[in-house]
Ligand binder design. Structure first.
Ligand code: MN
Length: 423
């Protein structure tokens, strides 16, 4: 930890109390105004145009960076800079925007070029996502699903505690918060039907997840040892892995998820760095039985991040569906990345790895409608009196996340999507 994690510092940019983006956060994203897309950060409700920051000479102390890493519609080239460089940029911005620094504060012409209110920009997908993996790393979620679909006595498959189960998903349909998704159509086989029918999904669900992004690749054939994995992990976003349970149920044997999963997944627009999350490290659950040596990680490798899901019926106020925490993850990100590459699989800058649904131990912490409604056997009653077992047309799903400790709050903003009727 360093000065940038110290909660006692404030910015000369106004940050309302309890805001997700104090000066200690400094996330990265892609903003677009009429001009064009470029790399940005954020403090309070102002975005920081980092291309302007560079062009006006505020990053001139940092060696080895060029204009083009900021003049881009994706973060890939920026995050591919060595971690020492992105750290130096973070430190430099922290100093510039810290309350006692008057250099930019007292220069209204530069200030107007660099600071753009959040409501004046469009947020774009932050990363050009190469490959995408979805893990299945919450023991509570895997146990709940196993109890519902298999055998309550043997809810976890025999492999589950020995390796972080995952599958290769599809990156083309990962979209940024605010993108609305139509209810998918496909083959489903209702329980009472003899043959499958083609239909709009009747069991549309969200999955409360987070995802990490790699900022460095490994050559094909060379695994990333677990003790090196942190060098490859740049930051995290909120992730809503929309799922059509009825399409999934009929199609998934024997090769796993396919069209029930790839019609849209929604991420938050700001990538929160592991540097900003440093104060929130915590120990994960005890792993029993002992894992194989290539998966052994020492020290605090989980993160204490509060997660919430809200449902907003059309023209109504949002209401909370559940709250969970990233720290419940049985397998940590280091283990996921070590496992992903242990066979020699190569990863790239901008690849994304979702956690899997993050459920907690109590029914109000379940991270999907499948679990909240226990496979449709329980009804969730919205404040407006309407009932849900799964997501209805024109419902908006909102995922929020924040870490909070000793007056320091590092938030992720939101991953929001509205479900439109099937086309
Ligand atoms: Mn998932």
């Amino acid at each position: 930890m360093n000065k940038t994690n110290n909660a006692s510092y404030t910015s000369w940019i106004t940050v309302p109390a309890g805001h997700d983006f104090p000066i200690q956060n400094l996330p990265y994203g892609i903003i677009k105004t009429a001009a064009k897309a470029r790399v940005a950060s954020r403090i309070g409700d102002n975005t920081i145009d980092m291309l302007a920051l560079f062009e006006l000479g505020y990053l001139s102390d940092i060696k080895g960076i060029t204009r083009d890493i900021f003049d881009s519609p994706y973060l890939n080239d920026f995050i591919a800079s060595e971690k020492e460089i992105t750290r130096a940029i973070r430190q430099s911005m922290f100093d510039l925007f810290e309350s006692s620094n008057s250099r930019l504060r007292e220069n209204p012409i530069h200030r107007d070029k660099i600071l753009i209110p959040i409501d004046k920009v469009e947020m774009l997908l932050p990363v050009k996502i190469g490959d995408y993996t979805d893990f299945y790393s919450s023991i509570e979620h895997a146990t709940n699903v196993g109890m519902m679909f298999r055998d309550p006595e043997n809810a976890l498959f025999p492999n589950w505690k020995h390796l972080p189960v995952g599958y290769h998903g599809r990156s083309s349909s990962i979209v940024v918060s605010g993108t609305n998704i139509h209810r998918p159509k496909g083959q489903i086989k209702p329980n009472d039907a003899e043959k499958p029918v083609f239909s709009a999904s009747r069991l549309l669900d969200f999955e409360l997840e987070m995802a990490f992004i790699t900022s460095k690749g490994n050559p094909l054939g060379e695994p990333i040892p677990i003790e090196k994995t942190e060098d490859y992990i740049f930051g995290m976003v909120l992730f809503n892995d929309l799922s059509a349970r009825d399409i999934q149920k009929w199609e998934y044997v024997p090769l796993g998820p396919f069209l029930g999963k790839n019609f849209g997944s929604v991420i938050s627009p700001w990538v929160v760095t592991m540097d900003a999350l440093e104060p929130f490290r915590t120990n994960g659950p005890k792993q029993e039985p002992e894992v194989l040596p290539y998966l052994k990680s020492e020290g605090a490798r989980n993160y204490d991040i509060n997660l919430e899901v809200f449902l907003q019926p059309e023209s109504k106020e949002p209401f909370k569906l559940c709250h969970s925490n990233f720290k419940y993850m049985y397998w940590n990100m280091n283990q996921q990345l070590a496992h992903q590459t242990v066979n020699g699989c190569n990863v790239n800058v901008g690849d994304m790895y979702a956690s899997g649904t993050i459920s907690g131990p109590t029914p109000d912490s379940y991270g999907s409608m499948l679990e909240l409604s226990w496979q449709g056997t329980k009804t969730i009653i919205a404040p407006d009196g309407t009932e849900r077992k799964f997501i209805a047309d024109n419902d908006t799903v909102i995922i929020k996340g924040y870490a909070e400790k000793n007056d320091l709050r590092i938030g992720f903003g939101e991953a929001v999507t509205k479900i439109l009727p099937a086309k």
